[in-house]
Design a protein around this ligand. Structure first.
Ligand SMILES: Cc1ncc(COP(=O)(O)O)c(C=O)c1O
Length: 464
């Protein structure tokens, strides 16, 4: 997720007391007593860690997060699309407690029964021919693994020149080197110079906004214009919806891309780090597209909060490496496995995917109302399942305009609605992604807070 804004302001605002079943604000935000903690963090960490609204998390319960000072927020962030089954879910808390209580919180690659259990759970979510799972720790790590498998298989199929990875403008795949090369955000890779960049090419993403033509011809023409023959491509990677907005790949485009990959012998890799496990109102983002990729990178919502990611794939790429050649110290960490198992079972047992699908129209209508309230400042809205995005633009253009986006987040946080800092192109997109178990009245309440806060937004930065 790209966060490009400044550090959050620590300037304390006046108090507007709020008391609802989901929100309680009775101090200025930031809380004056929290200043020392916030300043200590700033003194000890790189500046990059200071981007989020200054809300001190002490704990959570379902769709709310509270601080140590008696304030409570309705959570529209899920952290960063992680806490799919909410905060402090008893099934997850107990699973973590039980396994840690057995003294099992690390096992490297030695066999464990909890690893077997979570692998069986995960494979039950997968359509054929996806049947193998490699557990890792972060989303970027899963992406790196997919890129490595595509390059390795390309080499086997077509020699060293079958090494090009195609990805999409504005894509975000994480912050490790390969993931950033595959990303489509030039600013994020200026530090990389030319190293290896020739093996990564980008094409327009069919979002129907910054690229109005959503036909597959754009993909083929973009490769041709960059002098890349299909035989040189070993892999194509895309998010199923781009994290910087919430625009799903159009199904016709996805089917044409699948056929193109089959024709050229490239692996189709979908990055489901955000979309996976119910966020879009279906098990995976690709469940909406009528295709099955060769490899899937997952993370975030897989475990409900513990650091776990996964590569899901077909036998051929997944078996390219021999024993010990594709491992990581914290692969399949037992505490993460226990949390993931409890989280995935909770998503199924409590019908959270169905809840996301059922509430999707409520979210979309709410975003439309917010767009109207913002009076021309929101150029584009996207919503699918329980993920939505508001892209702030200079009126009548696709040019990002971050100042009103930041101000809307600041106002919402002061009103007890938790959002993370704006992301995406120019740091001008607000993402709305509550835990998947959110009840309808809570969703409506949060959307109303946003609608009120969207009125009379300044076009310039209120914090500077
Ligand atoms: C689509 C997508 N891919 C990959 C990543 C990277 O995941 P992580 O931060 O766990 O490395 C993210 C994180 O925001 C993401 O949104």
């Amino acid at each position: 997720m790209t966060m490009t804004g400044p550090q959050a302001s620590l300037k304390t605002e006046g108090v507007e007391v709020i008391e609802t079943p989901y929100r309680r604000i009775h101090t200025p935000i930031p809380v004056p007593e929290s200043r020392e903690l916030l300043e200590r963090l700033r003194a000890l960490e790189p500046r990059s860690m200071g981007g989020q609204p200054p809300v001190v998390w002490q704990g959570g319960d379902g769709v709310t997060v509270h601080d140590p000072y008696g304030n409570r927020w309705l959570d529209f962030s899920s952290g960063v699309l992680v806490t799919a089954s909410g905060h402090g879910h008893p099934a997850i808390v107990n699973a973590i407690r039980d396994i840690a209580g057995q003294g099992l919180y690390h096992a490297y690659g030695f066999p464990t029964d909890i690893r077997r259990a979570v692998l069986e759970e995960l494979t039950a979510w997968l359509p054929a021919p996806l049947g193998r799972v490699f557990l890792l720790t972060t989303g970027a790590e899963a992406v790196e693994c997919c890129l490595k498998l595509a390059r390795t298989l390309g080499n086997r199929r077509g020699g060293p020149d079958k090494n090009v990875i195609v990805s999409f403008h504005h894509a975000f795949h994480g912050r490790t080197m390969g993931a950033q090369l595959a990303g489509g955000i030039p600013g994020l890779k200026s530090w990389l110079g030319g190293t290896g960049a020739d093996a990564f090419v980008q094409v327009p993403y069919p979002d129907g906004f910054r690229e109005p033509d959503t036909g597959f011809g754009v993909f083929e023409r973009a490769l041709e214009a960059q002098g890349v023959a299909g035989e040189r491509v070993c892999g194509v990677i895309s998010e199923t919806y781009q994290g910087c907005n919430a625009a799903l790949i159009p199904p016709d485009y996805a089917r044409a891309l699948r056929a193109w990959c089959d024709r050229t012998g490239a692996l189709l890799i979908l990055d489901e780090v955000q979309a996976g496990f119910g966020r879009t109102g279906a098990p995976f983002g690709f469940s909406h597209l009528g295709i099955v990729p060769d490899l899937v990178a997952c993370g975030k919502g897989i475990s409900g909060g513990m650091p776990m990611s996964a590569v899901l794939g077909r036998d051929e790429p997944m078996d390219l490496y021999g024993p010990g050649e594709m491992t990581s110290t914290h692969s399949a960490n037992p505490v993460c496995c226990a949390a993931a198992l409890a989280n995935l079972q909770t998503i199924r047992r409590e019908g959270l995917i169905e809840n996301a699908a059922r509430l999707a129209p409520v979210l979309r209508e709410g975003l439309e109302r917010i767009q109207r309230a913002a009076d021309g400042q929101i150029g584009r809205i996207d919503a699918i399942g329980l993920v939505g995005a508001l892209q702030f633009t200079k009126p009548g253009t696709t040019e990002p305009c971050p100042a009103p986006a930041r101000e809307l987040v600041r106002r919402c946080v002061a009103q007890g609605l938790l959002l993370f800092a704006p992301v995406g192109v120019g740091g001008a997109a607000i993402k709305i992604n509550p835990p998947l178990l959110i009840p309808e009245d809570a969703l409506r309440e949060g959307l109303e807070v946003m609608e009120r806060a969207a009125r009379d937004l300044p076009a310039t930065d209120a914090q500077s």
